[in-house]
Ligand binder design. Structure first.
Ligand SMILES: [Zn+2]
Length: 306
């Protein structure tokens, strides 16, 4: 028995290997760009918010990896958001600026005419897992703290009707989560958006850490009480009383703060009872499609009320 000369199979293997790597690279980048095309298109009347669909937007962000401000993965996330806004028919604007040594980019999708309402979420993730007992220097995946609110905004982009009776901005905010690291404050992106407003919004609702499997969202002490009452009564009407508890539990400094200080009606929807907060365990298996769906449907119903 003889074996063929070694050179040929080696070369073929190299060629096969190269083709495989190229295919994987192409498929991966195509996947990131085309995630929205796996979902039904936007329509004039809109569709019901789907938690499963929102979960695919969250998973895509987790798949990118840690997404701290200034990192390549942060820029890739901004591009991913811009692509989905384009595919779902939302004109978008970017606010790009420098803070200290880092480039910051807010992305804002805009649709509708009338009084202005903003739904916001930060898409950056914490550069260091400072609550992690083992690896506090490593960056977090930020499934709940970053991806959950962003995923709900992306699903809202898909399901909201093409004509709205008010102007809605979906504000994807950068640089929330460098706070208390290297002397940075929290909410650098939100502060920039608030300072740049040419007209006063009716209200802004921030979604942060809203995807926990074990979901209990309480009133937040600094948030506007009448608007919280409205949102929680919509939640109760939808059967979510176990998850939306109309009682103050925490006082938060978050992306709603720069708007509150300017006298704007602002609410922070946040579930702060999350044991994986700022640890490497804040991964996509800790969040749940049904949790995303409850928050998404409350916001959807609120936005569509006359
Ligand atoms: Zn955080």
């Amino acid at each position: 028995m003889t074996f063929p000369p070694k050179t040929k199979p080696t070369r073929i293997l190299i060629i096969i290997g190269t083709v495989t790597i190229t295919l994987i690279t192409l498929l991966t980048s195509e996947y990131l760009i085309n995630t929205a095309s796996n979902h039904p298109e936007s329509s004039a009347t809109g569709q019901l918010f789907s938690g499963d669909s929102a979960m695919t937007y969250a998973q895509a962000q987790c798949d990118i990896g840690p997404r701290p401000t200034g990192a390549t993965a942060n820029k890739a996330t901004a591009n991913y958001i811009i692509n989905i806004l384009r595919q779902t028919g939302w004109p978008s604007e970017s606010q790009e600026f420098q803070y200290r040594d880092k480039p910051i980019q807010n992305v804002i999708g805009k649709r509708g005419k009338g009084s202005l309402v903003i739904i916001g979420a930060h898409y950056d993730t914490r550069p260091r897992a400072d609550n992690d007992p083992n690896n506090p220097q490593l960056p977090i995946i930020g499934a709940n703290d970053g991806a959950s609110g962003t995923a709900i905004l992306l699903e809202l982009a898909r399901v909201l009707p093409t004509s709205l009776s008010r102007e809605v901005w979906l504000a994807f905010l950068d640089a929330e989560d460098w706070g208390n690291i290297d002397g940075w404050p929290f909410s650098v992106g939100a502060e920039h958006l608030a300072a740049s407003l040419k007209r006063k919004p009716d209200s802004i609702v921030i979604l942060d850490m809203v995807g926990d499997r074990d979901q209990q969202i309480y009133f937040e002490a600094n948030s506007n009480l009448p608007l919280q009452t409205t949102l929680f009564s919509i939640a109760a009407h939808l059967g979510y009383s176990a998850n939306f508890v109309p009682r103050i539990k925490y006082a938060m400094t978050d992306d709603h703060t720069p708007f509150l200080t300017r006298g704007i009606t602002a609410v922070d929807l946040i579930d702060f009872d999350y044991p994986y907060w700022h640890t490497l365990q804040d991964t996509c298996d800790k969040i749940d499609a049904r949790s995303l769906e409850r928050v998404g449907r409350v916001i959807q119903q609120w936005l569509l009320e006359p």
